[in-house]
Design a protein around this ligand. Structure first.
Ligand code: ZN
Ligand code: ZN
Length: 248
């Protein structure tokens, strides 16, 4: 790096000391890291073996590949596959919370670093990338859709294939986190529709969301896309909550 650029960066660090994107603790001046060592060590990427459909970790089956989890065996989802980058644990929960409810885009650096470390090859041939939408009233309240921010971080350089309004949330439902099982499904009944200008026929669509808990939200979106002729729906979320898929 040129000396002047280095000096400028040092001055910026002194004026605005870098902080951990998750817990907010101060980082060393000039540090390229976006997270403190504690938060970094708290982040765990999902590891094989995974359920080939929903992507749930199957750590009780070491060495096993290609086994469907119980939920996918009994109730196969309409999406073709779902994968998540990391487990939804403390440091990631704080990152998501800051992004979602604080409109704090300063976490974007830390999230971009995670996205860079992820293997997104399963999504390389997707024709169109659609973030799970917020209802327009919630979007107005928050100022951003966290799924759309994540779509741009995961697929940097493919912005032209991202359709932030491909799906529309027509009902301002209560937060899924406050509900369980069947109530989650009821809550999202007819909650999404396709934007009339979007024709997914025969396309491979990538759906993006922040957290996969039981998969009910992405399942509701996927059904709309499949009902309108999408050939495949592949789901990518930043994090995966450690629940079984049984809540579908
Ligand atoms: Zn931290
Ligand atoms: Zn599964």
């Amino acid at each position: 790096m040129k000396v002047l650029a280095k000096m400028k960066m040092g001055c910026m660090d002194l004026l605005f000391p870098p902080v951990c994107g998750s817990c907010g603790v101060r980082l060393a001046v000039g540090s390229p890291a976006k997270l403190c060592p504690d938060c970094t060590s708290n982040i765990r990427f999902l590891r094989e073996p995974l359920c080939p459909i929903c992507g749930m970790e199957q750590l009780d089956r070491p060495g096993g590949h290609g086994h469907l989890c119980g939920a996918c065996l009994t109730t196969p989802p309409s999406y073709d596959l779902a994968r998540s980058l990391v487990r939804y644990e403390t440091a990631v929960r704080q990152l998501v919370h800051k992004l979602k409810f604080g409109g704090d885009t300063s976490v974007a650096g830390a999230l971009a670093d995670l996205a860079l470390r992820a293997d997104l090859s399963l999504f390389a041939d997707c024709h169109v990338i659609v973030p799970v939408p917020l209802h327009r009233l919630r979007l107005r309240g928050r100022g951003l859709n966290q799924a759309a921010v994540l779509a741009r971080l995961f697929f940097a350089g493919r912005e032209r294939t991202i359709l932030p309004d491909g799906l529309i949330r027509v009902r301002n439902t209560v937060a899924q986190t406050e509900l369980r099982g069947i109530d989650r499904r009821k809550n999202l009944k007819n909650a999404f529709r396709l934007n009339r200008s979007f024709q997914p026929d025969r396309s491979i669509v990538c759906l993006v969301d922040d957290v996969f808990t039981t998969g009910t939200t992405v399942e509701a979106c996927s059904r709309v896309l499949k009902n309108h002729g999408a050939r495949e729906v592949r789901v990518i979320t930043l994090a995966r909550a450690s629940m079984t898929g049984g809540g579908r």
